[in-house]
Design a protein around this ligand. Structure first.
Ligand code: C2E
Ligand code: MG
Ligand code: MG
Length: 788
């Protein structure tokens, strides 16, 4: 690798004639220091200059006492003497002030004005005396003017702007006279101009010399500070070695430790380009990036600190941490870098180990969510580069929770490991398998297409449907798989994960144990759901929820014996939203607790207006059993409305027992203790396990509408099932209700099969509370009083 260094550049600070004269200096600390130094030098000579000037003034006054009027001369000399005395008096204070002050450019120009004032004193003397003097005195005066100009230039050389103004003012006053002026002689003009130019240039050179020296001193102070910093870092951070490179990037000096860790002879290192010692293109992206970064610092002449670089060391890689700072020579030219370095390989390996741990699941040894995200990222990049596709499959174990709850977490953990190895065995090396957490796994197929992904998904479902043997327990779980293809179903890691997750959600919503690919419609559905969820949050407060009551009639005489409370949501924009759509959302979000409580209270409030022999049935979600206050809520609703507990029937479905917890059974017992009855809703649609019937000591079985609907249609299978359920219920001392009876024919079949109660559109659709109340209102019958 070649090192691209720029040719050396000039010193950073510009010190041209403008800066020397006091323009374009800026207000940075450097220029403040320069101005302070100028004033200090100027001030230092003030007493000496004033004494010399005073002597000259006295001499001039003695010589010229006969020329012109004495009053002018004494006025002139007197006021100059006062001015000089004042200046001398203020000298000490000014000196102290200049030593400490931050000298702005304003101070500087005030000094210049002061100088011009002195110049004008001299000019005034000349203008007054010259026309009145004889020629030999004129020549003497001019000579003295020249001496004055030279002396002033020396005295004010350190402030060229002020010095120049002073010299020009004296020159203008002394040589500007037209008639008697010696300027009539061109040789004198040239001599005078040369004198002025030479003094000006002399002042500029002296002043610039000071400025350049100060700039160099400032730079070397800066470099010294950097070097001190590097050395202290070297000592305190346990750096291993020092190095130096020249302006071309070639190593000029290294300490012995550098030679040792580089594993190269000293001669091979010195003279070699530094960057070529550090890495080469074959070392991968990290090495390339680090070397590029270092090169960028070199190019911009920037200091760098703690730059970690992988360095080839034979077959292995060592990691070096480097800090460096650019070097400049006295003239401000870049001369290379000086820095320190240390070998941080051990720390780096430990760090990598921690990173690895953070990316792997400790139980199964599979990549965890972070690890899988990295792999999806890589797969997406490859797919984009090759114009191909990759697939992400989300695998969710169907009955894992049951295993965990019933057989314990240890068995659960072993089962997860078994699942991991079965997935690995089934899918082979082409797939990357990870565990996202809990019972969720993810599979990444870096190179795939719709057919391959679907095949893999089906293979996974089939493989995990096979029973497991864990700790001597035969376990059947099954799995659902949702998958998505990148980049079509998601162009970023997050989008692709979300699509696969939505597809899985869809599978779980549709009864689990199969696979489904993400399609945009799923997302639309999910968005609708999210919107619905948002609206549902405020629905109760906005009064959008209401109860409808559907009558339940006695099969024998068709008398209304009760009502089932059914929840209704009148959405302001969507109209009536069916409970089957919003109740699952309420269950998932936990909103069902508030809503369910309201249903119980509202149902009891209406039941209080009905005759005592009319029952009220309320549906309960399994989720509501998680609320420890459920029994208290029911008890309070009964008490507040003065309703006997046996008028209330709580309808629950078998799903309550699927993820049954000990707390569920306890809650059932507490409710039962209140004297409440339970009905098993939708019987025949789920597992229809007879075991469930005993768990809650049900008073009633509600035969699902699907059997009732088929009772008059099919070849007698439904009739047989209804007959069996009715027989079973009779033997267990339970009542039966046939749900969804729509026609008289259905009703007659059901009644003849021995169902106790019937519910369905035939006897009444779910109706408003007022309509239900009207249906059962007791019309008072006038009592006949028999008079004997
Ligand atoms: P479910 O408890 O089985 O309620 C009976 C469902 O069948 C009601 O549907 C009712 O309107 C409908 N239905 C009654 N007779 C007939 C008929 O003759 N023909 C037909 N086709 N359908 C009939 P709905 O109101 O849509 O409720 C659906 C389900 O939503 C309920 O099934 C229940 O599981 C649930 N649900 C309703 N209200 C609540 C509630 O307050 N809390 C809970 N947790 N779930 C509720
Ligand atoms: Mg029901
Ligand atoms: Mg039902």
């Amino acid at each position: 690798m070649s090192i691209m260094f720029r040719p050396p550049v000039a010193a950073v600070r510009v010190i041209g004639w403008r800066q020397v004269l006091g323009f374009a200096q800026g207000s940075d600390p450097f220029w403040e220091q320069v101005r302070a130094a100028q004033l200090r030098i100027l001030n230092r000579n003030v007493p000496f200059n004033i004494v010399v000037l005073g002597l000259n003034v006295v001499a001039v006054m003695i010589v010229l006492r006969d020329v012109g009027d004495a009053s002018f001369l004494f006025g002139w000399g007197g006021s100059l003497a006062v001015l000089l005395a004042l200046r001398l008096a203020g000298w000490r204070t000014r000196r102290v002030a200049a030593a400490n002050a931050i000298v702005g450019i304003g101070v500087f120009w005030r000094v210049s004005v002061e100088m011009v004032a002195y110049g004008m004193f001299w000019a005034a003397l000349m203008l007054h005396l010259l026309p009145r003097s004889p020629v030999e005195i004129q020549a003497l005066l001019m000579l003295m003017s020249l001496v004055a100009m030279g002396a002033c230039a020396f005295a004010a050389a350190i402030t060229p702007a002020a010095g120049t103004l002073l010299v020009l003012t004296i020159a203008a006053g002394s040589f500007g006279l037209p008639a008697a002026s010696p300027l009539a002689n061109w040789a004198v003009v040239i001599g005078l101009l040369s004198f002025v130019l030479l003094t000006m240039r002399g002042m500029m050179v002296i002043c610039r010399g000071l400025m350049v020296r100060m700039a160099t001193e400032a730079d070397s102070a800066e470099q010294g500070a950097v070097i001190r910093l590097l050395l202290s870092e070297f000592e305190s951070h346990g750096s291993d070695w020092l190095f130096e490179v020249d302006a071309e990037g070639a190593v000029t000096r290294v300490s012995p430790r550098f030679v040792e860790v580089a594993g190269l002879p000293y001669d091979a290192i010195v003279g070699a380009p530094m960057l070529s010692l550090l890495g080469d293109d074959r070392r991968g992206r990290e090495s390339r990036d680090a070397v590029r970064q270092l090169n960028a610092h070199f190019l911009n002449r920037q200091s760098f600190r703690d730059l970690v670089i992988p360095v080839p060391a034979g077959e292995t890689t060592r990691w070096w941490q480097l800090s460096g700072t650019p070097k400049y020579d006295g003239a401000g030219s870049f001369t290379g870098y000086r820095g320190v370095g240390s070998d941080v390989t051990d720390a780096r390996l430990a760090e990598e180990h921690i990173v690895r741990l953070a990316r792997f699941d400790s139980l199964t040894g599979l990549p965890n969510r972070r690890g899988i995200r990295d792999r999806i990222g890589e797969a997406l990049r490859t797919a984009r580069r090759t114009d191909g596709e990759c697939a992400v499959l989300f695998v969710d174990l169907d009955r894992f929770k049951l295993v965990n709850d019933s057989l314990g977490h240890r068995t659960g953990d072993l089962l997860l490991c078994e699942v991991a190895s079965r997935l690995r065995d089934t899918l082979g090396d082409a797939a990357e398998i990870g565990r996202l957490g809990g019972d969720e796994f993810a599979v990444v197929l870096p190179v795939s297409d719709e057919r391959a992904a679907e095949r893999a998904a089906r293979v996974i479902v089939a493989a995990l449907a096979q029973p497991f043997a864990v700790d001597g327990h035969p376990i059947s779980i099954g799995a659902s798989v949702g998958f998505a293809l990148g980049p079509v179903d998601g162009a970023s890691v997050d989008l692709l994960l979300r699509s696969a997750d939505l597809a899985l959600y869809e599978v779980k919503g549709n009864g689990r144990s199969h696979a489904c690919r993400f399609v945009p419609a799923i997302q639309v559905k999910a968005e609708e759901r999210r919107a619905l969820e948002f609206d549902l949050r405020g629905a109760l407060d906005r009064g959008e929820l209401a109860l409808a009551f559907q009558p339940v009639v006695e099969a024998s005489d068709e008398r209304v014996v009760g009502f089932e409370a059914l929840l209704r949501w009148q959405h302001p924009k969507l109209g009536l939203v069916p409970p089957l759509k919003f109740i699952p959302i309420a269950e998932e979000t936990g909103l069902i607790h508030v809503i369910g409580r309201w249903v119980i209270e509202e149902a009891c409030r209406w039941a209080a207006r009905w005759p005592n022999d009319v029952r009220i049935a309320v549906n309960l979600s399994p989720v509501q059993f998680d609320n420890v206050e459920l029994a208290a809520i029911v008890e309070a609703a009964l008490a507040d409305n003065g309703i006997d507990a046996d008028r209330l029937e709580l309808e629950i479905t078998e799903s309550l027992f699927l993820n049954e917890k000990p707390a569920t059974i306890a809650m059932l017992a507490s409710l039962k203790a209140l004297g409440i009855r339970f009905a098993l809703d939708d019987f025949g649609t789920g597992y229809s396990s007879l075991g469930y019937l005993q768990k809650a000591e049900f008073s009633r079985i509600k035969i699902d509408r699907s059997f009732v609907a088929r009772a008059t249609l099919d070849n007698g299978e439904s009739v047989a099932i209804i007959r069996a359920i009715v027989g079973l219920a009779g033997n267990l001392g339970m009542l039966t209700t046939a749900e969804g009876t729509e026609t008289r024919a259905e009703f007659e079949v059901i009644r003849d099969l021995g169902c106790d109660h019937v519910q369905g559109y035939l006897f009444g659709r779910p109706m408003s509370p007022e309509a239900a109340t009207a249906l059962v209102r007791v019309v008072p019958v006038p009592r006949l009083v028999l008079v004997r």
